[in-house]
Design a protein. Structure first.
Length: 381
């Protein structure tokens, strides 16, 4: 009996230790999705992951890529003539009519808010010349973004091809890329949109966003895209912002996706904040007489960290060794003369170019910088 008592005591002790691990263990156990990820938008840091690199069907979150290519085409004000192929597309629809002319911009809103498969085909034919040509552009863009475990076979995500898949991680990369575009952010975050009525009808088409997190379930949600097919099941990509922290959540095959996303966001917002190192303060610490007062950081250094990680941050500055001809003729100094690199646990996590300015600048004032250790300046010839 003593043996069993000791075993029970050890099990209780182990359970107690696990319970002390902050949030992450509970979040992992509580997410219903087969694959899930939580990513910080600026840095791409993964704050939470569950089987995030497994290839799965993605359904209508495919349309994020379709929207990106439409926006980047520069044709958003074009009038698109709706084809018979577009009208015959199965699944969710914005009820386009064959032969009607509608702005590409309106189609993108119908695509993102109402998940119109007919809109996806109409967009693909106009932007890519054909659906097949557009799919080529989709895969080319995926490669550019770094989506290594993704292949697109159509612009809408229907289960009509076996070679149409992605991963939670790749879809987060896509959303991170998309959110850099102001028009995509605006469309993704629109709750209600009114488009012109089809020919012969009065009034307007009114499209309400299917993203329930955006329209009422979660006050910090800023956008996203829903998805569902019988083979992919429920898929969802959303974004949320709170107190300067901008997050991306992705779930694949998730029976309880709304709550999955809320749980991941609450975990991220409660455990992480953005550490900011002022660019002015960085250059203000540089004492090299050639560069002193003449440098400007392209931007501040930023990275999401926990309170415990904050003390592990440091910055190194790397500068080109000044050349004799630069001192004789400052106009020959290149625009970028170095970089400042932010490290966490000896891993580089962010960097910014240091730019030379011919007009001497005043050094910055004390800032948040004082929370971090500055490890001097290195000159590289």
């Amino acid at each position: 009996m003593d043996k069993w008592k000791r075993l029970i005591a050890l099990m209780a002790l182990a359970a107690g230790i696990i319970a002390l691990i902050p949030g992450r263990m509970d979040a992992m156990n509580g997410v219903s999705a087969k694959s899930a990820i939580l990513m910080e938008q600026h840095s791409g840091r993964v704050l939470f992951a569950k089987d995030a690199y497994t290839k799965r069907r993605i359904a209508s979150i495919t349309k994020i890529m379709t929207a990106v290519l439409a926006i980047e085409s520069g044709k958003m004000d074009d009038l698109v003539t709706v084809s018979a192929r577009a009208v015959r597309t199965e699944g969710s629809s914005i009820y386009l009519r064959q032969g009607e002319k509608i702005k590409l911009r309106d189609l993108v809103y119908g695509l993102m808010l109402r998940s119109g498969n007919d809109a996806a085909v109409a967009i693909a034919e106009h932007v890519g010349g054909s659906v097949e040509g557009f799919v080529f552009l989709m895969n080319k863009k995926a490669a550019e973004i770094g989506m290594r475990d993704t292949e697109f076979a159509n612009p809408h995500g229907l289960d009509d091809a076996e070679n149409h898949y992605s991963t939670a991680y790749d879809m987060a990369l896509l959303m991170q890329y998309a959110m850099k575009n102001s028009e995509f952010r605006r469309i993704s975050g629109t709750k209600v949109y009114r488009a012109p009525a089809p020919p012969g009808e009065e009034g307007a088409r009114v499209w309400r966003n299917k993203n329930k997190l955006l329209t009422g379930l979660y006050e910090y949600c800023t956008g996203g895209k829903t998805g569902y097919t019988k083979r992919a099941h429920r898929t969802l990509v959303t974004t949320a912002s709170k107190d300067g922290v901008n997050l991306i959540a992705v779930t694949l095959d998730a029976p309880d996706d709304w709550n999955d996303h809320i749980a991941m966001y609450e975990y991220g917002f409660s455990h992480y904040h953005i550490a900011n190192v002022s660019g002015k303060r960085i250059v203000g610490k540089i004492t090299d007489p050639f560069y002193e007062g003449r440098l400007r950081a392209a931007r501040d250094l930023q990275y999401p960290v926990t309170s415990e990680e904050e003390n592990e941050l440091r910055v190194n500055v790397y500068l080109l060794k000044p050349r004799a001809e630069w001192k004789e003729d400052p106009d020959r100094v290149p625009a970028a003369v170095g970089k400042a690199v932010l490290y966490l646990h000896d891993k580089a996590v962010d960097e910014t170019p240091l730019l030379y300015e011919h007009k001497k600048e005043k050094s910055g004032e004390n800032s948040f910088w004082d929370l971090f250790s500055f490890l001097g300046v290195r000159s590289d010839g």
